[in-house]
Write a new protein. Sequence first.
Length: 404
Amino acid sequence: MTRWKKEITFTRKYYAFGYMIPAMAILSFVTGELILFSLTILSLAVFLINNLYLKYVSKHIFISEGALTKRLFPEERTTLTVPFENKGKIPFFLVKASFYLYYPDESVKVVSSEDISNYYSNYESPFSIAPLTKRKVGIHLEALKRGIAQLNDIQVDIYDLFKFTHIRLKYQGFYRAEALVYPSPIAISGLEKIVKQEKGDHPQPSAVNEDVLMTMGNRDYVSTDPFNRINWKASARTNELQTKIFEKVTISQWTIVVNIRGENSMVPTISNLEEVLSQVTYACQFATKQQISFEMYINIRVPRSSVGMHLPLSSGKTHLVKALEILARIRRSNLTIPIEYTLDGIMKSTDTKPFILHFGALNAEEAIHYKQMRGGTIHVVNSNGGSAHLESVGGVEHDEKLAK
């Protein structure tokens, strides 16, 4: 059930009309005028019907619970709507919806519309609803840059047929509507060359991992083979135990580390935050296209977390959407933690990190942490005049180059 907080406002016409009816009734009894008495009854009927209409509408207008999230890149357009529903058996006239558009980073602009009026980010739209129907009311937006936009403070003003009175309903339910603007991707040169060696989920004869869903054939059983790998159908045909041979694959995974902590304690995030997040966006899209699993660490302060924001390892379009949503919600005012805490957590992790991509600030102390890591390849993404390129700073590949 939709939760509303009700406020009733009476106009001067309401009070004048209310005082006029008793006066007309008294005067009609004194004079005995039938026409005056009929007008009194008609006025009383109008007065009562108006009040009953307002009460009826306020009890039968609803907003569907839930959430609406629109995802888009800069220069794309979308519409944030509020789904109103008339569960009554009479039409609702003279209804006005109002809501506040919260977009702290000015990531969107409102596309002008004739039926929408604006007053300092408060938008109003008059509408009507037929009986037992639904109607969406909202505003059209154009994305400008990375950030969020949310519809807050939803209210409905219901007027009677003569505008003597109106009821304001303030929404207190759980419906939320927001637009997430993703960062515009900035290409990273050199990433394609690395992928040739880090290709994900492709057959590799020399690999040590096996895909149990891809069977290559069978071979004679030996005593060291696991019991669950016996191919019973093939064994029955040959009268000898046969063991399944699975396709060998190289399963590639990336660990994306993003340091957005600024050097100035008065400014919590780095000055080139937008550029860095655009580079991360490209890396996430690239990994998804190449079928590479990735996880992401961002040194944003998160309750009960010593490493900051962590998106667990996964792959696919759903995982990409989660990553881009995190990037869209980052604010310049976010509190951060030292990146050393994040790197310490990565080093203590029992999971192997074969390929690490570092984005954002990197000082000498942080570089030392990377050089202490073993068993993986570590690259830093450096910016240069709007472009980005990779530089090896540690791990197996870095050590091999130093040895040469």
